[in-house]
Design a protein around this ligand. Structure first.
Ligand code: CUA
Length: 165
């Protein structure tokens, strides 16, 4: 079979493109270590938050040598912990945030990290991130949630490991 030279070039070019597309999609999905929010966490009714063992006492909890869990309740218009006092985390730690809402849909977005999730009442958003460098990160709400939405913010402070109590 004879294939015209230009047709051959087009065939090769489109094959190269297809391989390139598959490569970028695969890299984006697994190569960057980005985790999607899933639904592995048990749901929680907003009315039960106060009595829940995870969220009744919102806090930072050390669960391993360099592993922490942070239970955050979002509400109009605050994050607890975070808004009234900063969330403190040591450097070189792996932190999993569990966030739920006590009223309407909010978001939990930690500036300078991959943490950016919707916070839906009744659901628990879980996201894991590593903090290696000391510094301050603003936490903001990206979902319009009422007339105080623009004031809904909090702070996360990553302190040097040796200064962390
Ligand atoms: Cu909460 Cu916007």
């Amino acid at each position: 079979m004879r294939i015209h030279r230009y047709e051959k070039l087009w065939l090769i070019a489109s094959l190269v493109l297809i391989v390139l597309f598959i490569t970028t999609v695969t890299y984006g999905a697994v190569g960057l270590g980005i985790q999607l929010v899933d639904d592995r966490e048990d749901p929680i009714a907003p009315a039960d938050i106060a009595d829940d063992e995870r969220f009744g006492d919102p806090r930072v909890e050390q669960v391993g040598e360099d592993e922490y869990e942070v239970y955050v309740v979002a509400g109009q218009f605050f994050f607890d912990p975070g808004t009234f006092e900063p969330i403190e985390i040591p450097t070189n730690s792996e932190v999993t945030f569990y966030v739920t809402s006590q009223d309407v849909i909010h978001s939990f977005t930690v500036a300078g990290t991959n943490v950016n999730t919707m916070v839906v009442p009744g659901e628990v958003a879980a996201l894991t991130v590593e903090f290696d460098e000391p510094g301050e990160h603003g936490i903001i709400c990206n979902e319009f949630c009422g007339d105080g939405h623009h004031d809904m913010e909090a702070e996360l402070v990553v302190v040097a490991e040796e200064e962390f109590e």
